[in-house]
Every structure is written in structure tokens, then in C-alpha cells.
Design a protein. Structure first.
Length: 131
């Protein structure tokens, strides 16, 4: 049996049991991504994201897969939308957004926002990745 085929089958089974479950679509997308099926993974994660654009885990998984598939502008859009509907401003999410913003969006905005983040939360330690 191929590595990961049990997880793939479980993910597919979850979607068959409950096609409306965002978690099942997310699990299936993650499994498909691990098993070298990027197109199927994108479709599954997009379906999960469409139903829950406010869910950080789903949105981040989808955005990261978009980046891996050379769709950085789309990943930035997903991340901006997440930030618009959530109060989550943890260092990891902000850093992810600012790196996307710097590479695919408004570089000046990314730099200004990074400075603002540090000024407001000096104890947080975002990785200083060149932007």
C-alpha cells in the first residue's frame, strides 16, 4: 500500500460521509497535497475555505498551497480577507501576511506595518525576514 493512502482514504471517506464538512475538505486537501496531487488539493482546500473564510487554519493552509503553486497574489488576497474578518493578530499570522504583502503586494505597506507592529507590541519577536 502506498504511503499516505490510508490518510487519503480517510479524507475521502470523511467527504463522502459529510460533503458539507469543511474539516473533511481540509483534511482531504492536506492529504492530496502530501500525496503529490496539487490540483486536487487546491480544489479541496478552496471548497473548505469558501465555507469558512474566517477559519485561520483553513485560510492559512489554502494560502500556503496557493504560494507553492505560484499563485502568490491569490494567497495574499486570502490572507487579507482573513485579517479583515478576524481579530487574530498573533505574530505568526502577521508575519505570514507581511511576507506575502512584501513579495506580492505593497512592499511599502509591508514595511510600515511591520514597524507599527513592533512599536505596538515590542515584546513580540517576529522573524526579521528581509522585505
Amino acid at each position: 500500500r502506498a504511503e499516505g493512502s490510508g490518510a487519503r482514504s480517510a479524507g475521502e471517506g470523511g467527504v463522502r460521509r459529510n460533503a458539507l464538512s469543511r474539516r473533511a475538505w481540509r483534511d482531504l486537501g492536506q492529504s492530496q497535497g502530501r500525496n503529490g496531487k496539487p490540483e486536487a488539493a487546491l480544489a479541496s482546500l478552496e471548497r473548505a475555505y469558501t465555507g469558512r473564510p474566517d477559519h485561520r487554519g483553513i485560510a492559512e493552509d489554502y494560502a500556503r498551497l496557493l504560494v507553492l503553486n505560484q499563485r502568490g497574489e491569490d494567497a495574499l488576497d486570502v490572507t487579507r480577507r482573513l485579517l479583515a474578518v478576524t481579530d487574530d493578530r498573533t505574530a505568526g499570522l502577521v508575519d505570514f501576511w507581511l511576507n506575502l504583502e512584501a513579495e506580492f503586494g505593497d512592499r511599502a505597506r509591508a514595511l510600515e506595518s511591520r514597524r507599527d507592529f513592533f512599536a505596538r507590541q515590542p515584546g513580540d519577536t517576529l522573524p526579521l525576514i528581509p522585505i
